[in-house]
Write a protein that binds this ligand. Structure first.
Ligand code: ADP
Length: 734
């Protein structure tokens, strides 16, 4: 390991990094042999041998700790390795009559021995004031005041010109949210800084080493020397003297800052923000003051965590109780949409959004402030094609779905949970646009500049003039609590839907069974009734053949015969009626004229009616099941003929009219007419009006008509005046 450096040949020297030159550094390995040191040791230790790499640390112990016992470094190390170097740092030592702090830290297999001046540019007795500072800092419950108090207390402890609390947004950019400054300085409160101002690798470092000091941006850093064999770069994570990148130094210089100090603020292991301190002249603060400032940062971090947790727990509890309430409502209510939207606790209580829509079973139910139904439909169409996850949220919908810019005032943010993508069923919450004016410290564009030869190069911003930008098409963020709440609600809705689907399937099964039973029943009944009736009828006919029968008996037998026919007829009609419910419609577009003509021809024969009494007018085409519709016309036309038979002369007209949406057929007669009181009941099974006298009928025909027309989703109604005829109207949708 012996390297001769006296020839001043720096070739074999590897420079893994630099330190700030207000202190110096030795790095030793596990055997206490010096493996690195800073180039500036001779500035602080002029009488030291320049050839130290590879030497045991004890050869410099008399110089770096004049009043210390020999081996004091080994002793510090053994103690620190067991108890932690927090216990030994800083170690006060005296070098050539000047007080120094020795700060030891770990770097992989090595130990960093950093020497820094023990005096501060700050005159205050930090130890004394720290207790009071913390008490004052925590005096206020309000978060904003807590942050402002912290800035003030840090300024008291380290005495910088400007102390800012800087908070990172989700996209990595930062905002100054509290500040304590010298009165003559302009305020930077509310200014935003682009994410690139603090690069990612710097943030990672800030999580591990919680404070950083740049004592003087103008001081030339000192190189760290080692032997060429040491190819591994020295890990400077825990170093307090570590020099920062020249880009960052330039950045500070551009702002006019000559000294900078920052303390990390952590929230649940993540970097929440920084306490950033600027001084407009060089300023060194010693290890103890830095540690005190760090303590303030840590206390602020845990206070933030506590306050934030408290707030989160509160909102979480509110959301949870709303979801629990909704889940109870869904289980109680037969309609899920009703349960979610019709009560005082509804979808809006599950998150903090002013509007929500439930798209379920082909309906859009909206609550609060939402886009129009048409706009919601366009969002749903977009979701169907672009979002395959069950959850989706954005606070910049117009960026994802440009068409939505038209309604960004109500829906710049959406949170979506998919109930069924195939059916296009979703719950969507809407957050309005939040016009936010961001005042940037300088233009927020990436600090990339192009050099003369056209190569892009990272360089710090020069401009720090405030530059204002209004962010549009953006809503407030969706919080973790809201996401969790929607996830919970979704599983409750799916559970309820599955329960209901199960119940409906069960009902369907039962209904099918009931239909089958009814079929068998109807068939058995008709069979069992028809047999004895035909027996009755045949015996009556046999008896009638007896010519010696007296006229009274013949009359009775004829009535028995007629009654049997009527009974047979009725059984057939009831069977027809019960069958219609189960028949499937076979729709086609037909011209009903031939059907009507056939019916009329048959009826004229049966009722002995004069052809001239019947007029068939226009017969527009209709969309229907031809077999069923012929039954409809047959029933209504036969009624018209039957109930106008006694008019002198009877008149029956059949004709249809049409418009763009529907066709209406009217069958008019000049017969008995129907009493207004009885009109509503004529479509009921077996209902006959009082004025029919001995005109035959079963009261089933119109019930069949009604059933068939209902099945066609059409309408049937009657207009009539007692004694003056009736008009039956049938409406078909096109
Ligand atoms: P029915 O076999 O008795 O004709 P419907 O169900 O066809 O049975 O009709 C029910 C009742 O409505 C009839 O009994 C009659 O009282 C009344 N009705 C139906 N059509 C007419 C009509 N064109 N004129 C007068 N009354 C009618």
């Amino acid at each position: 390991m012996n390297v001769d450096l006296t020839n001043c040949d720096r070739e074999p020297i590897h420079i893994p990094g630099k330190i700030q030159s207000h202190g110096f550094l030795f790095v030793i390995n596990q055997d206490n042999v010096i493996v690195y040191h800073s180039d500036n040791i001779t500035v602080f230790l002029p009488d030291i041998s320049p050839n130290l790499l590879g030497k045991h640390i004890n050869i410099i112990e008399p110089i770096i700790g004049k009043n210390e016992p020999p081996n004091f470094i080994s002793q510090l190390l053994s103690f620190g390795k067991i108890k932690g170097f927090d216990q030994t740092n800083p170690f006060n030592t005296n070098i050539r009559g000047v007080a120094f702090h020795l700060i030891i830290s770990v770097s992989a297999d090595f130990y960093l021995l950093e020497f820094e001046p023990a005096h501060s540019d700050s005159a205050t007795d930090v130890q004394k004031m720290i207790g009071r500072s913390i008490a004052e800092m925590l005096a206020d419950k309000n978060l904003q005041n807590l942050l402002s108090n912290s800035a003030v207390q840090v300024k008291n402890v380290i005495g910088y010109d400007r102390v800012m609390v800087y908070r990172f947004a989700e996209d990595g950019h930062g905002e100054v949210i509290a500040e304590a400054k010298n009165t003559e300085l302009p305020s930077w409160l509310g200014l935003h800084y682009p994410a690139s101002d603090i690069p990612k690798q710097a943030r990672e470092l800030y999580k591990l080493n919680l404070t950083r000091l740049i004592a003087n941006v103008h001081a030339e850093p000192s190189a760290i020397l080692t032997i060429a064999a040491n190819e591994l770069p020295l890990d400077m994570t825990n170093s307090g003297l570590r020099a920062v990148s020249p880009i960052h130094i330039q950045y500070l210089k551009n702002m006019g800052v000559e000294s900078s100090f920052s303390i990390s603020l952590m929230y649940k292991g993540e970097l929440w923000g920084l306490i950033a301190c600027h001084n407009y002249s060089p300023r060194f603060i010693d290890y103890r003051s830095r540690e005190s400032a760090k303590l303030i940062g840590q206390i602020l971090s845990s206070a933030l965590e506590f306050r934030q947790d408290e707030e989160n727990q509160h909102t979480q509890a509110l959301f949870k109780s709303a979801v629990a309430q909704l889940s109870r409502l869904m289980l109680k209510d037969t309609n899920i949409d009703h349960a979610l939207t019709a009560h005082s606790v509804n979808l809006l209580n599950a998150v903090e959004a002013p509007g929500a829509a439930l798209i379920f079973e082909n309906h859009i139910h909206t609550l609060g402030i939402t886009p129009t139904d048409l706009q919601i439909t366009s969002v749903v169409a977009w979701l169907k094609n672009n979002v395959s996850d069950n959850f989706y949220y954005t606070n910049q919908l117009p960026v994802e779905f440009p068409e939505s810019a038209l309604f960004k005032n109500v829906a710049s943010g959406i949170m979506v949970t998919t109930l069924s993508r195939e059916l296009g069923e979703y719950v969507i919450w809407f957050k309005p646009e939040q016009l936010e004016t961001i005042t940037w410290a300088g233009t927020p564009d990436k600090p990339v500049e192009t050099t003369v030869d056209g190569v892009a190069q990272l360089s710090p911003r020069h401009s720090f003039e405030a530059w204002s930008q209004t962010v549009s098409g953006t809503s407030k963020n969706w919080t973790n609590e809201e996401v969790k709440s929607v996830m919970r609600l979704r599983s409750e809705i799916t559970y309820a839907i599955n329960q209901k689907a199960g119940a409906i399937r069960l009902l369907n099964e039962k209904l099918k069974e009931a239909y089958e039973e009814l079929d068998t029943f109807s068939f058995t009944i008709s069979h069992d009734l028809k047999n004895p009736i035909s027996t009755v009828k045949s015996y009556a006919q046999i008896l009638l053949r007896d010519k010696g029968m007296n006229p009274q008996s013949v009359k009775i037998l004829e009535r028995i015969n007629k009654g049997a026919d009527k009974m047979n007829n009725m059984i057939n009609e009831v069977l027809d009626y019960s069958r219609i419910g189960r028949l499937e419609l076979t729709l086609s577009n037909i011209d009903p004229k031939p059907i009507i003509q056939d019916i009329v021809r048959d009826l004229l024969l049966i009722y002995d009616f004069d052809e001239s009494c019947i007029t068939i007018g226009k017969t527009p085409r209709i969309q229907c099941d031809p077999v069923m519709i012929s039954q409809v016309f047959s029933n209504i036309i036969s009624n018209a003929i039957k109930y106008s038979m006694h008019s002198n002369p009877p008149k029956v007209t059949i004709s249809g009219t049409k418009n763009n949406h529907e066709v209406v057929y009217s069958i008019t007669d000049n017969g008995l007419g129907i009493d207004i009181k009885q009109r509503p009941r004529i479509f009921e099974l077996f209902h006959r009006t009082d004025n029919v006298g001995d005109i035959e009928g079963s009261g089933v025909g119109l019930a069949i008509v009604k059933r068939i027309i209902d099945k066609h989703k059409g309408k049937v109604w009657v207009e009539s005046e007692l004694g003056n005829g009736s008009t039956f109207n049938i409406l078909f949708n096109k």
